[in-house]
Design a protein around this ligand. Structure first.
Ligand SMILES: [Zn+2]
Length: 342
């Protein structure tokens, strides 16, 4: 399988990640991508460079004011007296009607939903490169490849049209799906990251042409808390085109794979002609974020289910954090996918 990858990811090296009020080392480190790339190339998958697209594909998903914010805020923030090295909001508009502010601190609060998406000097370049990686993988599939894997970093599925969150800035999965929509009437997204794909859900919330499904640890006690519940099914024209399959915390392979079967059934009913998999590997039993307990064999089996759908498929890397199994789990997923195709 072709792997689309850019070294530009390394420009984004976040230093801030608040957990229960404590600033800890960021889980979303550059080493993640190096480990994933090393394991996949060792397993024989071939690396190709992304094509240059600029911000066009991102602009098909994200708002102009948000892209302006992401591309300029680190530079402007650095000019503020006493500013931190990374852009971090200390105020949010929260749940009441609000007006878009001019002040940098206000804009940060508007566009950054939590304290897990710091913006440093290299964040924009890395996020833009990741959007080009996802777009290129989608184009390989449009050009006839049965599948392609976008090794994106930073990840994207928590990013809304105008809001960063949870290590995510540009929604690579949504960008790939939108690119596929140029030639496919119906596209499905299956998100197997341990966290709910809330940004993706939000982006397609009122659309019937992109089916969004997420299998994740129950947000009752897990990030992103406010979204990912089973009753969230979409709105307007999109009603019924969002499916959340939350799993009890600590669930092992069997219920996770049963959710995969339910997802596959819904995808078959929707009858798309292309698929995007938001491939988080943080459902692993050894992932430091500890939401579910999926094994390498579980990833292999899920991939086989996805491949059996027989759809042109773009795999987009989402989460999955540093553990001894990270690279192994990716290789298991890619192997399961290729065997499921056979
Ligand atoms: Zn995740």
């Amino acid at each position: 399988m072709k792997i689309v990858f850019s070294n530009k990811h390394a420009a984004h090296d976040p230093q801030t990640f608040f957990v229960r009020g404590v600033n800890r080392p960021a889980a979303e480190q550059p080493e993640r991508a190096e480990r994933l790339l090393g394991a996949a190339t060792e397993a024989g998958h071939k690396v190709v460079a992304p094509r240059s697209h600029g911000r066009g594909p991102a602009a098909a998903i994200h708002t102009p004011e948000y892209l302006d914010f992401l591309s300029t805020i680190a530079r402007d923030w650095a000019q503020l007296p006493g500013a931190s090295a990374e852009v971090m909001p200390n105020v949010h508009p929260a749940r009441y009607p609000a007006s878009y502010p001019k002040a940098l601190a206000g804009r940060a609060g508007w566009h950054q939903v939590d304290l897990a998406c710091p913006i440093g000097p290299g964040t924009w370049d890395a996020a833009l490169a990741a959007s080009e990686v996802a777009t290129t993988a989608a184009e390989l599939v449009l050009e006839g490849a049965r599948e392609a894997y976008a090794l994106c970093r930073p990840p994207g599925h928590h990013a809304y049209a105008d809001m960063a969150g949870g290590f995510c800035y540009l929604n690579n999965t949504a960008i790939a799906a939108q690119r596929l929509r140029d030639e496919h009437q119906r596209v499905a997204i299956l998100d197997v990251d341990v966290h709910h794909g809330n940004g993706t859900q939000g982006i397609f919330w009122e659309r019937a042409d992109v089916l969004t499904i997420s299998i994740h640890a129950d947000p009752a006690n897990y990030y992103p808390y406010f979204w990912g519940h089973a009753h969230e099914t979409g709105a307007g024209a999109g009603t019924g085109f969002n499916l959340n399959l939350p799993q009890p915390m600590g669930s092992p392979d069997e219920p996770w794979l049963a959710a995969g079967d339910a997802a596959a059934a819904r995808i078959r009913q929707f009858a798309p002609t292309a698929l995007v998999v938001a491939l988080g590997l943080d459902a692993s039993e050894t992932d430091p974020l500890q939401g579910l307990k999926v094994t390498g064999a579980g990833f292999h089996a899920m991939a086989a289910r996805v491949a059996a759908l027989g759809l042109p498929t773009v795999l987009v890397q989402e989460g999955g954090y540093l553990s001894d199994d990270l690279g192994h789990n990716l290789v298991q997923f890619l192997a399961g996918f290729e065997q499921g195709r056979a």
